[in-house]
Design a protein around this ligand. Structure first.
Ligand code: SF4
Length: 186
C-alpha cells in the first residue's frame, strides 16, 4: 500500500457491463461535490475521454465482467496502477448478465448466433483484426484474473452503498461489510 496524504486519486472503469453501476455512482448526486473536495477523479467514462489509465490511482471502482481482449488488458493496467481495486456490481463479481453468453460454450458460437443465425441473408461475422477486440471464450469475473481488494455486489449497488465504501476508503478505513445490506446481490 502507498501513502497519498493529498487528495485521493479515484478512477471508475467500465468493462463489460450495462453502465448501470456507473449510473448508480452518478446517483450520489450532491455528495459528488463533497467527493470532489476530497478526491480527484483521474479516470472515468463519466468524467473524461482519457484513453490511458493513469499511474498511482488510490481507488478504482471497476464495473463489468471481462468479455474481450481489450477488457483484459485494461484490467491488467488497472491492477498494476491501483492501490485499492473495488469489484463494483454483480457483473464484475460473477459475470452476471454478460456471462449469460457462457451458456453457448465459447466465442465462436456466440458470434455465429449473433451475426449469422439471427441475421437476414446478408449476415457476416465481423473481421477487423486489431480494430475489433476478440471475444474471450468465456466472460469472467474480474477476481478470476487479478486480485480484488473489495467486493461491492448489487445490480447495481445502491448509491448509498457506494458512498459507504468510498467514505471508508477516503478515511483509509476498511469499508463496512458485516450488514446483510452490504453483501446483497441483485
Ligand atoms: S451489475 Fe447490473 S447494473 Fe451493474 S453493469 Fe451489471 S447489469 Fe448493469
Amino acid at each position: 500500500m502507498t501513502d497519498h496524504p493529498a487528495r485521493k486519486r479515484i478512477a471508475t472503469v467500465w468493462l463489460a457491463g450495462c453502465s448501470g453501476c456507473h449510473m448508480s455512482f452518478l446517483d450520489l448526486d450532491e455528495w459528488l461535490i463533497e467527493l470532489a473536495a476530497q478526491a480527484e477523479i483521474v479516470y472515468s467514462p463519466v468524467a473524461s475521454d482519457q484513453k490511458r489509465y493513469p499511474d498511482d490511482v488510490d481507488i478504482a471502482l471497476v464495473e463489468g465482467g471481462v468479455a474481450n481482449t481489450d477488457n483484459f488488458s485494461l484490467l491488467q493496467e488497472v491492477r498494476e496502477r491501483t492501490h485499492t481495486l473495488v469489484s463494483l456490481g454483480d457483473c464484475a463479481i460473477t459475470a452476471n448478465i454478460p456471462g449469460m453468453r457462457n451458456m453457448l460454450q465459447g466465442a465462436d458460437p456466440v458470434l455465429r448466433r449473433g451475426y449469422l443465425d439471427l441475421a437476414d441473408d446478408s449476415g457476416q461475422q465481423p473481421n477487423a483484426p486489431g480494430v475489433i477486440p476478440e471475444l474471450l471464450e468465456r466472460v469472467l469475473p474480474i477476481h478470476e484474473l487479478v486480485p480484488v481488494d473489495i467486493f461491492l455486489p448489487g445490480c447495481p449497488p445502491s448509491a448509498q452503498r457506494i458512498r459507504g465504501v468510498l467514505e471508508a476508503l477516503l478515511r483509509d478505513q476498511k469499508p463496512p461489510s458485516k450488514e446483510a445490506t452490504q453483501i446483497r446481490f441483485g
